[in-house]
Write a protein that binds this ligand. Structure first.
Ligand SMILES: [Zn+2]
Length: 321
């Protein structure tokens, strides 16, 4: 049988440099005993929200005095490093893009209702929170409404509007925006040792440093370029929707839909010229809907989905000029 909770990381997390201000704020709240029972980290994907939540969880569970970060040597930190801390739970879908199961939420609530095993805080992270459907959200509500003792629940959401409004209203919101370009660029350059490439990739990743790093470290940048050139070819009438759809079988649809949205965003904000804005707007809605289906785990035929989308895409450009 599969474990309902995810395996814990065997590392201690530090917040990313662009989250220093939030980190200081958390430390202040902890020192003043004013940290709430439920926090919600909202913001675009690829900026390190999950890492911030994990660092906070580890900092809270660390038992060293006056420690601004998890110390790495107390009993609690050692349990953490062994991937084995009994008072930390992480709840996420079994596979990216799938729902978090209601049974997992129920188990988590039972865990949160018990006293902590190490005598300190009990902490849970749910990521992404939008992967909870209505019934899973309802199951979580009780824990949110009747928090016991030193319990902290952290929800991480790329698209908070998809999280149940009741859940959202019970959480202290941490709205995390895109990091400062300079701080993020500097961080990326320290890894790549190439300032120019870091800046241009960060630009392509719409200012999201972790996405930029992913592009730089994998061949996803090349795959993305290929996808964009496919979309360009369609736009210029150099390829049929059918052929293009056939070339979209290798990558995950979710990933490609995200690329398509970024591409549209660049068109609409004028990075590419002569874009028919109103038609693009309508098409953007279709992409959002398609992504909703993909994320909801519907058994879509990707070939058909892409054919239909690409036909619509051709419509956007038909008869122009
Ligand atoms: Zn410690």
């Amino acid at each position: 049988m599969r474990h309902l909770m995810s395996d814990l990381p065997k590392t201690l997390s530090l917040p990313y440099p662009w989250h220093e201000q939030q980190w200081n704020g958390f430390n202040q709240l902890i020192e003043q005993g004013r940290l709430g029972h439920a926090l919600m980290f909202n913001g675009p994907a690829g900026i390190g929200k999950r890492r911030l939540a994990m660092a906070l969880a580890q900092r809270l569970l660390c038992t060293a005095d006056m420690s601004r970060y998890a110390c790495g040597s107390c009993k609690s930190c050692l349990l953490m490093l062994a991937g084995n801390h009994p008072d930390l739970s992480v709840l996420e879908p079994e596979e990216p893009g799938k729902y978090i199961k209601i049974d997992s939420v129920r188990s988590l609530c039972i865990l949160l209702g018990k006293t902590s095993q190490q005598g300190g805080w009990k902490v849970a992270i749910i990521t992404p929170a939008e992967a909870m459907n209505i019934s899973a959200s309802n199951a979580l509500l009780k824990s949110l409404e009747e928090p016991r003792g030193k319990t902290l629940l952290m929800l991480v959401a790329d698209r908070p509007s998809l999280v149940s409004a009741t859940i959202r209203s019970r959480c202290q919101k941490q709205n995390l925006s895109l990091p400062d370009r300079q701080v993020a660029g500097h961080w990326l350059t320290e890894i790549t040792d190439n300032q120019e490439q870091s800046a241009s990739t960060l630009q392509l990743a719409a200012g999201r440093p972790l996405l930029a790093l992913e592009y730089l470290q994998s061949d996803s940048l090349e795959a993305r370029n290929q996808f964009e050139s496919l979309v360009d070819k369609l736009r210029q009438g150099d390829m049929s929707a059918l052929d293009a759809a056939q070339q979209c079988q290798k990558q995950s649809s979710d990933l490609m839909l995200g690329w398509f949205m970024d591409y549209l965003h660049r068109l609409a904000t004028g990075e590419l010229q002569n874009s028919p804005n109103s038609a693009l707007f309508g098409f953007s809605d279709k992409l959002v809907k398609a992504r909703g289906w993909v994320l909801s785990g519907h058994n879509l035929n990707p070939q058909l989905m892409w054919e239909e989308l690409f036909m619509d895409w051709l419509q956007v450009w038909r008869g122009r000029g």
